[in-house]
Design a binder for this molecule. Structure first.
Ligand code: ATP
Length: 358
């Protein structure tokens, strides 16, 4: 699936650690200037994939092509990338200036050029006043900005970020991810970020590669992956989803419990057992209960600032509570309370349907 404009292509990459298959025939294409995230649960292989691209890990099979050159046989030192790790990895005994200039000195840059470049980078990451400070004198967020400046000092064409925000506290993390995004907009540098945080990936990436057990489960824009998750794993990992069991009645109708919902184009044969995936914000509640709509009893209500999260006990999900998110508008939302019996509808345009694997 190499695209004509692909800047980085990973082709049929596998990585074995002993007998353990950490990457299983992974193929991806990334265009020049894209910001992509490798997203998945702990142990899914995202760091291993990033490390193979950097040459810090040697693949067992497969090829990596960067800018039309096969790089998978090259040592790290001959590859064109900058990298930022989760744990900053700054030299503690060097000042910010020296941390950034270190690589440039090794490349034999002229002293005057180094000073000019480091000052430019310190300005770019907003830390010009901290040039003489040591890493221990900086906050976590500041250290990570210095690590970023160091990573791009020699103007690489590829930036690799290995969970760069995960050691930071929640507020700094959100702030720095916005900075990373605007930084990317300004420089247009092809960037790959590894993260296990779906919110982070959704908010920052042009495209997301969702991984599980060494495989790419789906890739696409954040909006596409969220709205059209191609399998239950992705639907569950990205955001929240209610899974409701049903059975296909015909090409347009799925039966859930004793009721029917319209779902045109589900593509499953009559009688197929399916899982209907409904996002919490796509369920409409009503106080009126009629024969044709589902109903449930409010088991819990959480106030989450701009919206309410309502947990319903309903016969269509016998083992779990149905989760409904409602923006706080109107009297109905304010008056809803535990014990109420309410009706609900699932908006067919916002549902996904998967075959049950039994
Ligand atoms: P996390 O978010 O926890 O860092 P990850 O998705 O980045 O997870 P990897 O670090 O890529 O996961 O690891 C993938 C799998 O390969 C894990 O099961 C891990 O234990 C295993 N693994 C990674 N490095 C090695 C190694 N050097 N030797 C043996 N197994 C390894």
């Amino acid at each position: 699936m190499e695209k004509a404009d692909s800047y980085l292509s990973v082709k049929n990459l596998s990585k074995l650690f002993g007998k353990f298959l950490a990457l299983d025939d992974v193929s991806i294409d990334i265009s020049a200037g894209e910001f992509v995230c490798f997203l998945g649960p702990s142990g899914c292989g995202k760091t291993t994939l990033l490390r193979c691209i950097a040459g810090l890990e040697v693949q067992s099979f497969g090829t990596i092509i960067q800018n039309s050159e096969i790089i998978s046989g090259l040592p790290t030192s001959q590859r064109d990338f900058g990298i930022v790790f989760q744990s900053y990895a700054l030299f503690p005994n060097l000042s910010c200036f020296q941390n950034i200039s270190y690589g440039l000195e090794n490349l034999g840059w002229d002293k005057k050029d180094i000073t000019k470049r480091v000052e430019e980078l310190l300005l770019l990451v907003g830390l010009s006043d901290h040039s003489a400070k040591y890493p221990s004198q900086l906050s976590g967020g500041e250290q990570q900005r210095i690590a970023l400046a160091r990573a791009i000092a020699a103007s690489p064409n590829l930036l690799l970020l290995d969970e760069p925000l995960s050691a930071l506290d929640a507020k700094v993390r959100v702030h720095l991810r916005q900075e990373l995004k605007s930084f990317h907009r300004r420089l247009g540098l092809t960037t790959i970020m590894v993260t296990h945080d779906q919110e982070e990936a959704l908010s920052i990436a042009d495209r997301i590669f969702v991984m599980d057990r060494g495989k790419i489960m789906q890739f696409g824009t954040p909006e596409d992956i969220y709205a059209n998750s191609s399998n239950p794993f992705v639907a569950n990992f990205i955001g929240m989803t209610n899974f409701i069991e049903g059975k296909v009645l015909n090409e347009k109708v799925i039966k859930i419990d004793d009721k029917q919902i319209d779902f045109i184009g589900h593509g499953f044969a009559k009688g197929t057992k399916v899982l209907v995936a409904a996002r919490p914000e796509c369920i409409q509640l009503s106080k009126k209960i009629t024969k044709n709509i589902f109903n449930g009893k409010v088991a819990d209500v959480e106030f989450l600032g701009s919206f309410l999260r309502i947990y319903l006990e309903t016969s269509i999900m016998p083992n779990q509570r149905l989760i409904v998110d409602k923006p706080m508008v109107g009297d109905f939302d304010k008056s809803i309370s535990v014990g109420d019996v309410v009706g609900f509808k699932m908006l067919p345009t916002h549902l996904n349907v998967y075959e049950c694997d039994e």
